[in-house]
Design a protein. Structure first.
Lengths: 114, 114
């Protein structure tokens, strides 16, 4: 069964540095998402992406965040200048289309900002 | 804004005992409700969704619009059911311009003891 993959599994960075988290969605999926989960808290929506543009974003997704689908397979989340509070598990998800399908999640990238 | 509440952080039951994981939501319309499960060190995966009205791994969940609840039930808990369970909601398709983000509850850790 096809799966969403994410790299790296764990990223450690210094505060103020830029990070790029990578995701490879399931190949025939059209909708892509990023969620995050701060330790001990719930999974929170960050952004959804369809047809090469953001379809919805949350309050968390400020100017420090951006998403891109650079080559038709990868889906990236960039944090321009990381803060301590960006430390979290970041999940990518993809979804084929409206209807009976569901969002499929990647295994997550644990981001630690020091 | 929509919200999902899971009142129990931890639920501990003995093997063979009935399980009920509570989920309440707030949304004035007709949302889609889901249960996701996360086994130890694995990704989030869909357990069931209300529109399917099916039983997966012995679990069922009925949407009660009057009580705005979507409790997850299983008559006889098994050791392999030990996991983190998340209730999630998405709005009807098209309401937000597509994308159908998921709003998660805080999760309930189910521990099945022998």
């Amino acid at each position: 069964e096809p799966e969403v993959t994410q790299t790296p599994s764990h990223q450690v960075t210094q505060m103020g540095q830029e990070v790029i988290l990578r995701c490879v969605p399931i190949s025939n999926h059209l909708y892509f998402y990023w969620y995050r989960q701060i330790l001990g808290q719930k999974v929170e929506f960050l952004v959804s992406f369809y047809n090469n543009e953001i379809s919805e974003k949350s309050e968390i997704f400020d100017d420090q965040f951006s998403v891109e689908r650079p080559d038709g397979s990868n889906f990236t989340l960039k944090i321009r200048s990381t803060k301590l509070e960006d430390s979290a598990m970041y999940f990518c998800a993809s979804y084929s289309s409206r209807g009976a399908d569901t969002q499929y999640f990647g295994p997550g990238t644990r981001l630690t900002v020091l | 804004a929509q919200r999902v509440t899971q009142p129990e952080k931890l639920l501990s039951v003995f093997k063979g005992a009935p399980v009920e994981l509570k989920c309440n939501y707030s949304y004035s319309g007709s949302p889609e409700l889901f249960w996701y499960v996360q086994y130890s060190r694995q990704r989030l995966q869909l357990l069931l969704r209300h529109i399917s009205r099916e039983s997966i791994k012995g679990f069922t969940a009925d949407l009660n619009k009057g009580e705005t609840s979507f409790h997850l039930k299983k008559p006889f808990a098994q050791e392999e059911d030990s996991a983190m369970y998340y209730c999630a909601l998405s709005l009807p398709w098209g309401l937000t311009g597509g994308g159908n983000k998921l709003t998660f509850g805080t999760g309930t850790q189910l521990k099945v003891e022998l």
